[in-house]
Design a protein around this ligand. Structure first.
Ligand code: CA
Length: 228
């Protein structure tokens, strides 16, 4: 188990050789990787797997990358997107307000450069959304800096994965996360691996909190922590 995964990156690229090399470099950097080879499959995977970032080729069979991006943005999905394009003249359109891409890279590119861009896109996304301030909910306090959790002031000892899962749930109290989202963000897995992992870790967390368990099951959807 990769306990410090950086999350799942979706690569939508129809050239298999490029997709393979991106998968290899991203995996080496600690990302989980899901590859799709055409537009409709890429869009479906983006919606289902909730990746932390998408590397999206512009020229794709079925539906081109700009259409995939537009569909996602229209449905309110602002997952960071790094476009790959063979044509410099497409860049203005890609980064423009109309499409809302986060960055682009022109082919031929070095895989190392793509990985660096993905990291920087994620860094930007994270600094705007997250602070490292401790999160308090009722009697539970989670401190991301020290990676300590307390219940009524007493420390609860958690594994790295349990901590990451709890901190992620507590970052958005009241929000219900599907198992697929949790697998992507906490483990960097796609749900093809199976979702039992999430259930097992939730059960372990609950056992550690006993009567003060903060995690609620939302039947048929996933998990949540209540706002207070
Ligand atoms: Ca292509």
């Amino acid at each position: 188990m990769v306990s410090e995964s950086k999350g799942l990156v979706l690569v939508v690229e129809d050239e298999k050789a490029i997709a393979d090399v991106l998968r290899m470099y991203l995996t080496r950097e600690g990302f989980g990787v899901q590859v799709e080879h055409d537009g409709p499959a890429g869009l479906a995977a983006a919606k289902k797997l909730h990746p932390v970032a998408i590397i999206l080729d512009v020229g794709l069979p079925g539906m081109d990358g700009t259409q995939v991006c537009r569909e996602l943005r229209t449905s309110g999905d602002w997952t960071p997107i790094l476009f790959c394009t063979a044509r410099d003249d497409e860049v203005d359109r890609i980064l423009g307000l109309e499409l809302g891409g986060d960055d682009y890279i022109t082919k031929p590119f070095s895989p190392r450069e793509v990985v660096a861009r993905v990291k920087s896109v994620l860094r930007r996304a994270n600094t705007t959304n997250n602070s490292n301030a401790p999160i308090t909910l009722g009697s539970v306090v989670v401190d991301p800096d020290s990676r300590r959790v307390t219940l009524n002031g007493a420390e609860i000892s958690l594994t790295a994965t349990e901590f990451d899962l709890l901190a992620y749930l507590m970052s958005r109290p009241g929000r219900v996360f599907s198992r697929d989202e949790l697998l992507s963000h906490v483990w960097g897995y796609s749900s093809i691996v199976g979702t039992r992992t999430v259930d097992v870790h939730v059960a372990q967390l609950r056992a550690k909190f006993g009567d003060h368990n903060p995690i609620r099951t939302v039947r048929g959807v996933g998990y949540s922590v209540d706002k207070s």
